[in-house]
Design a protein around this ligand. Sequence first.
Ligand code: MG
Length: 396
Amino acid sequence: MRRVVVLGSTGSIGTQTLDVVRQHADKLEIVALAVNSSIDTLAKQAGEFGVKHLAVGDERLAGDARAVELAQLANAAGGSFGCGASAVADLVRLPEADIVVNALVGAAGLRASYETLAAGKVLALANKESLVVGGDLIMPLARKLDAAAGFQHALMPIDSEHGAIYQCLLGEDAAEVTRLWVTASGGPFRGRTRAELKDITPAQALAHPTWNMGAKISIDSSTLMNKGLEVIEAHHLFDMPYEKIEVVVQPQSAIHSMVEFADGSVKAHLGTTDMRIPIQFALSYPARWKAPVEPLDFRKLGTLEFAAPDVETFRCLELARIAGKTGGTLPCVMNAANEVAVATFLAERNSYLGIAECVEYVMDAHEVQTVESLEQLEQLDAWARACAMSWVDARV
Ligand code: MG
């Protein structure tokens, strides 16, 4: 039995993780759940899965009547309940936890990732920001655990692209890898010009062609920032220089990513576009379990298209590459600026093209430092958010 902690259990990845647990109740058990603010859904999930340890990230909810009630229930069952980032971090240190699914949204996930690996638990990572912002702090912890265990398992990526690359690399020598091909669907605005993107509304940007995801990541997919974040993630996860990481548009999303080797061979990972597959692999590895998804039927698949990404129109991919290559604290600042730029776009306080403009403005304003601590990253994250807000406010 693998004992699982799910952070961000009411979001898209969180609910799909619970779905995987429902399918494999004989192999997986949920021991703790954390949400940002959806207390009602948390209570329902705790009831269904019989979970005793619960946390709510938003500490302003500590006095809420439902929180008080949930705390009483948890305590009566011999469990725990808390509000705030430290209560979330406490869950990952539970002695009964083996593996932590970190599906928190945004930079808030970094501390939880750090605490998970510091506690010696397996981190099944869906929170991109953990590596984008804190890769320099997270990866040494993961490598230390892997070195002690003798194989690479401490950090299991849940992103479909990184899960794909991880699987293509199984049994291979990393020194023989010449290129990682990270595939991109191209988002809902593939083929459009900048002029056509000027008046894009949140509703238009939220309609992703192939993957069903949360709001923030759907916008990031449409701007290609999501792919930029994934390039930085791949750099850290697979210890690969940026020169060896390419992005290719694959509109059908049937190929989830590819790895090219020294002899010119390329291994690709294909599958149905269902996030429950990469989630399940992260939980089942090294085994593969049956998944409740429709397998790919190549006879019906038709054409597989490939194209270079349009980095002129979709500036965010290039900005992320610059941030990654520059390294240090620039990815942290870029990520925070992007979170504000996307949130203000969703709130109709920023234009669609304003997302990249805002991110670039904040990146230019930042004096890059070497990454030293979580506290430093949290401070710079706050600075970048304020800087991005001032840019947005000046435009309204
Ligand atoms: Mg992805």
